[in-house]
Ligand binder design. Structure first.
Ligand code: SF4
Length: 234
């Protein structure tokens, strides 16, 4: 993190007397404004995992098209995806962009699932020791921290907070993290200050995504109409 950005964030945190309460106030304000987001928008755990891998560097609309094709082809189960040729999988997920790379990443995850857990998602997510499970998912080639945490939170219902570009933007603009803060630092803001509750993390991340899409845009954020306007100190 750059020194200036770190200092600004630390100053802001000092101004915020109680970070845990402040984070919960943000949450309650967003929940009141937007209502429950009912995430993840998927019907099965394999659909969540597939969406989490395909959503890297593309819009959700493009992911939805790919998932729809996988469903239509009746291959959206661990067994059927694993049996599919990588080229055929790449063709089915073409709309998600970087489809050859993403097909390989999905296959890498499936190889890991079959080699270590007999292809059984119940066995994978029943594994005790969240830190070790996360490390093993992260060891899969092509799975980064955001994807791993999305898989753990939304498919595995384990309490890992998911950080994305929206999270970084909102909380750096509010001075709770530095502008150049990395994934683990931003994640730590939530993990260290909130009760580790999977349902809270689920809803909180979904609300941040809604906020980022509708108000906290990269350029010209709509602060005047934003539910979090009252928390903004510049
Ligand atoms: S008040 Fe402005 S900076 Fe804060 S979250 Fe809303 S749009 Fe973003």
């Amino acid at each position: 993190m750059r020194k200036g950005a770190a200092t600004a964030a630390e100053e802001r945190k000092k101004q915020v007397k109680n970070v845990p309460d402040t984070l919960m106030e943000y949450y309650e304000t967003l929940l009141t404004a937007f209502g429950p987001q009912r995430w993840w928008p998927a019907r099965t755990r394999m659909e969540v995992i597939t969406g989490a891998i395909l959503t890297q560097n593309t819009s959700w609309t493009n992911v939805e098209k790919a998932v729809k094709r996988l469903k239509k082809a009746r291959v959206l189960t661990p067994q059927r995806l694993f049996a599919l040729e990588t080229e055929a999988l790449a063709d089915l997920i073409r709309s998600s962009g970087y489809f050859n790379v993403k097909a390989k990443r999905l296959k890498n995850f499936l190889s890991f699932l079959f080699q270590e857990f007999d292809g059984d998602l119940n066995r994978l997510f029943a594994k005790p020791g969240l830190a070790e499970l996360r490390a093993r998912i992260l060891s899969v080639n092509g799975i980064g921290p955001e994807t791993a945490d999305s898989i753990l939170l939304y498919a595995g219902r384990r309490a890992e907070f998911v950080v994305d570009a929206y999270t970084k933007r909102v909380f750096s603009r509010h001075g709770l993290t530095g502008k150049a803060a990395g994934y683990d630092e931003v994640k730590g803001l939530f993990m260290d200050n909130l009760v580790r509750d999977e349902r809270l993390f689920n809803e909180y991340h979904a609300l941040i995504v809604r906020l980022g899409k509708d108000f906290c845009r990269p350029r010209k954020p709509l602060c005047e109409e934003c539910p979090l306007k009252c928390f903004l100190t510049q």
